[in-house]
Design a binder for this molecule. Structure first.
Ligand code: ZN
Length: 109
């Protein structure tokens, strides 16, 4: 009698939930894919392209307008619970400058 244990019920299932994050620039939620993570690292605020750096993180859409509005106010400081120094701001602005300035895909009415 061949007893074949076929007990592996792993994988598949439960993959449908897409993690949503809020863009601190426009306050809209989006899946992580369209967002860029910034992280409060020991050396200041860093852009975290991998999304895996340790530390408190915040998300911003990959478009200039959202970075601009996030950097204009206190959103970054609030989200990361830290003070944003001139260097941090500069670093983020430099990154924002590399992004497309396309408007969000919002429906304009
Ligand atoms: Zn946004």
């Amino acid at each position: 009698m061949a007893v074949s244990k076929n007990n592996s019920v792993k994988g598949q299932a439960r993959r449908r939930r897409v993690p949503l994050r809020t863009c601190i620039g426009c306050r809209e939620t989006a899946s992580k894919r369209g967002l860029i993570r910034i992280v409060h690292s020991p050396t200041g605020v860093q852009v975290d392209p991998t999304g895996k750096q340790a530390g408190r993180g915040a998300y911003v859409h990959a478009q200039w307008v959202c970075w601009e509005s996030a950097l204009q106010g206190q959103q970054v400081a609030q989200a990361l619970r830290m003070e944003i120094g001139p260097q941090d701001r500069q670093r983020l602005q430099a990154h924002a400058a590399t992004l497309p300035d396309a408007e969000c895909d919002k429906v304009v009415q």
